[in-house]
Design a binder for this molecule. Structure first.
Ligand code: F6R
Length: 253
């Protein structure tokens, strides 16, 4: 596990984009696992710039996204498919046919979970999985639970998550209550995992996830067991972890 402290959001985004672009330069046909939410937007902006400058070529990459709101179709501006199109895919030279997001409009939830797991299986190992972290420790939409999930599931969002995500909607009632989410076992099977975090509201959970017990009540804590985990967090998100376990943090000065 490597925990790297970034100066601020922009520094975190630059560092994360640097790692993703290095992955693609070293293996042009990489399978990238991608996340949505506020945290990766700056990383995606950097990747767009790098792609436009000719520094990184996504034409042979394939991507799988972590999750999608149940009930929202690709045309819905709040869907994660729209988010990915707007914030990354439409601005880089990726083949859209090689980008995968669960189908939120599929009302056959078991069928959709099976279909998405089938896609993941066909893709093979994810080379680099980008993750954010929820204030309750969720990764993808795997909320605190009694056991770690395995494959894709239809999940019920917790009140914490609805509260955090309402900023992307007009009002809290508009936030969907369910989502399709890749399971923890699938996420964990990626060769490398890059978790990014920014802002004071992530300080407590970041510290808890990487210095505390490994338990499904804190889903991100399982990542401590991954042999190729990189965590990049800005000073605010790192503020508690750096007090509790400064020895874990690179450039802790
Ligand atoms: C999104 C996802 C979520 C977010 C998490 C943090 O695809 O899987 O786990 O990474 O909710 O969201 P932000 O970045 O908005 O704080």
């Amino acid at each position: 596990m490597r925990i790297i402290r970034a100066k601020d959001y922009s520094d975190m985004s630059r560092k994360a984009a640097g790692i993703i672009s290095a992955q693609v330069i070293l293996k042009p046909d990489s399978v990238l696992g991608l996340a949505t939410g506020g945290t990766p937007i700056g990383t995606y902006q950097r990747l767009i710039e790098m792609n436009k400058n000719g520094d990184v070529d996504f034409s042979n990459c394939r991507t799988v996204n972590l999750d999608e709101y149940a009930g929202l179709g690709p045309e819905d501006p709040q869907s994660y498919r729209s988010f990915m199109n707007e914030n990354l895919f439409h601005h880089i030279n990726i083949d859209m046919a090689n980008t995968y997001v669960p189908d939120g409009k599929n009302i056959d939830s078991e069928g959709e979970c099976r279909r998405y797991d089938g896609i993941l299986k066909k893709m093979g190992t994810v080379d680099l999985q980008l993750l954010g972290i929820g204030v309750n420790g969720h990764i993808a939409f795997n909320e605190p639970a009694k056991s770690f999930s395995k494959g894709t599931q239809k999940v019920t969002l917790t009140q914490d998550t609805i509260e955090s995500n309402k900023r992307f909607f007009e009002k809290a009632e508009d936030v969907p209550r369910y989502a399709y989410s890749m399971g923890i076992k699938s996420i964990f099977s990626a060769k490398r995992i890059l978790l990014i975090a920014a802002g004071k509201e992530k300080a407590k959970i970041l510290c808890r996830s990487f210095t505390g017990e490994i338990e499904p009540a804190v889903p991100a804590s399982v990542l401590q067991m991954h042999s190729e985990l990189i965590v990049i967090a800005d000073k605010d998100a790192m503020s508690e972890l750096i007090n509790v376990a400064p020895e874990l943090v690179e450039n802790a000065h």
